[in-house]
Design a protein around this ligand. Structure first.
Ligand code: E4P
Length: 218
């Protein structure tokens, strides 16, 4: 299972990378805006800065919503670095753009997936990743994890190469449940990954080991 970090904050990306378990980064226009990144040149430079930190898999989202616009923007994003994965929304022109990029050998991440049918369409078009937003589904009383399960099943049935990238992950239990049901990738805030570290018995056990060591060596 791969771990991506869902942020455009360079310090956080560096910190996550330093932990040694990071496989990629996902961004979206809201996350870029949160970091105050604006203006075409600055946006491209910021994606390059992210690529310079991590080994691979930097999802950069197009803003255009028409086919020609998405192709132009996606090509420009893909030129920044081989690590870029062009993120494209699940809309009709987006499906066409995914097919185009798939034929060109440019990786894509189809975003804003909220149903199994959308995931099936994206896979048929040749998306490298689909991003079902599980937290946003949970927020409106729909079961986000069931959607992941459904997509994993469908892709397994037909041997699609498209990877299931669970997005909008809110907490560490989401991550563990995604691992149990076979999501290929999870993207989440760094605190969701560090949340996996915690167990009170680990803290208690370590405290005891150190106390015993100190007693024996004093
Ligand atoms: C990542 O690709 C998505 O854009 C992101 O996970 C959405 O998360 P949110 O629902 O917390 O905004």
């Amino acid at each position: 299972m791969q771990f991506f970090i869902d942020t455009a904050n360079l310090n956080e990306i560096r910190e996550a990378y330093d932990l040694g378990v990071l496989d990629g980064v996902t961004t979206n226009p809201s996350l870029m805006a949160k970091e105050g990144i604006k203006g075409h040149a600055n946006v491209l430079a910021h994606y390059k800065a992210i690529c310079d930190i991590v080994d691979d898999n930097v999802s950069a989202e197009v803003i255009a919503t028409d086919y020609e616009g998405m192709i132009k923007e996606g090509k420009e994003l893909a030129k920044i670095d081989d690590k870029i994965v062009v993120k494209i929304p699940m809309i009709k022109d987006g499906v066409k753009a995914i097919k185009y990029f798939s034929n060109e050998g440019i990786r894509t991440n189809c975003t804003l997936i909220f149903s199994a049918g959308q995931a099936l369409l994206a896979a048929k078009a040749g998306a490298s990743y689909v991003s079902p937003f599980i937290g946003r589904l949970d927020d409106i009383s729909h079961d986000g994890l069931s959607l992941i399960e459904q997509i994993v099943q469908i892709y397994d049935n037909y041997g699609f190469d498209t990877e299931v990238l669970a997005a909008s992950v809110r907490h560490s239990m989401h991550l563990i449940q995604c691992a149990e049901i076979g999501a290929d990738v999870v993207t989440c805030p760094f605190k969701v990954i560090t949340g996996l570290l915690n167990h009170p018995l680990t803290d208690k056990g370590l405290e005891q080991f150190l106390a015993d060591h100190k007693k024996a060596n004093s």
